[in-house]
Ligand binder design. Sequence first.
Ligand code: PMP
Length: 443
Amino acid sequence: SLKAANGYAPLNDDFDSFYTRRLKRRLDDCFARVTTGVPGRFITLLDRKSDDQNRSYQYTGTTTQTLNMSSYNYLGFAQSDGPCATAVEETVRKYGLGFCSPRADAGTSDLVIDVEREIAAFVGKPAAMVFSMGFVTNASSFPALVSKGCLIISDELNHSSIRIGARFSGAMIKSFKHNNMADLEKKLREAISQGQPRTHRPWKKILVAVEGLYSMEGNLVDLPSLVALKKKYKFYLYVDEAHSIGALGPRGRGVCDYFNIDPSEIDILMGTLTKSFGANGGYVAAEKHIIDKLRSTNVATALGESPAPSVLMQILTSLKLITGELVPGQGEERLQRIAFNSRYLRLGLKRLGFIVYGHDDSPIIPVVLYNPGKMKSFSEEMLKRKISIVIVGYPATPLISSRARFCISSAHNKDDLDWLLAACDEVGDILQLKYSTGIAGGL
Ligand code: PMP
């Protein structure tokens, strides 16, 4: 293996192996795919040329507008005009760009308080706390909630921010098969029976961590079964709603809204503000005593920078648009549009003969390519047809289930989706991706 001049392994030695070398090439390609402007219904890419081996890229100075199927802009709030943009502009003039301070010093503004109150009300919890980054919300909240002597039982496909938070906490971590409630029950039984003699519960706390909507699979959590298990085994439940908040449920209030489950059944409702709200950051919503504890023990908010004023205003305004408080009916319209678009595209792809993963109502639509070698070609063929998509493969997915993902937005219309379906039809034939015989029937 490689050695640096000082005799140690080089700091970049992780890129030594066969698999990570492939990953690096793919990441280099992604990082070099530079966009400019708003990631809305369309996204503009800087045109580029690569050398023969795709190792370096040069930008030609021109741009191409593409249909954007690659951003998590579920409700279309990634915009540079409209009520959010106006409110944000005014906020920048009034507050500037940053608070220049963590919450525990001088970073607790009226805007932060307003956003926390509105988020708590939106998700149906007594209190909430906001963070500057969604990733850090998970990474820093687990250590504030559980520690050594506790057990975290985590869905095997949970996002890396959950896994990192779980590791930081010092708790014992076990995983259960993805969304498999029988396996979770097995893990719970094993965990409880591992107790010391005469100790009913060997763990200080058991926390089960799941996501509302899994972004690689397009799967919804089986929340009704999970809540039934929670009643039986009495664990704490943490649900990451990064992809489900705003995007699911008749009122856009996530998986509780979707399954008609009272939010009080879930201990921690976490979400990100980067996706449905077109903003930045994350939140945790829970009972007031839990949020009070988080306020003092979560290092990211106590000691890290408070979310930017403009970001807070974007969250506040988009929330008021979703609930209809600002423009009656607009939230409903966006929610109906994303629900229609998700079902329309999924059904259209299946009818063409693609293997599509996930739940019918998921706005993330993964199409399985199987062969990792087809990932780059698929993305390039779509780009030739002026469509931007995301491809994902190992290690985010198993090597043989490499996939393309289409991210639906309420900003898309039916013509956009028909354009995408026509492109998939052509590219599917060129790359031989229609693995299923399709389904019959009209849309
Ligand atoms: N949780 C999940 C489930 C995610 O998918 C992501 C990122 N996509 C995050 C947390 C991190 O959120 P952010 O991108 O807002 O930092």
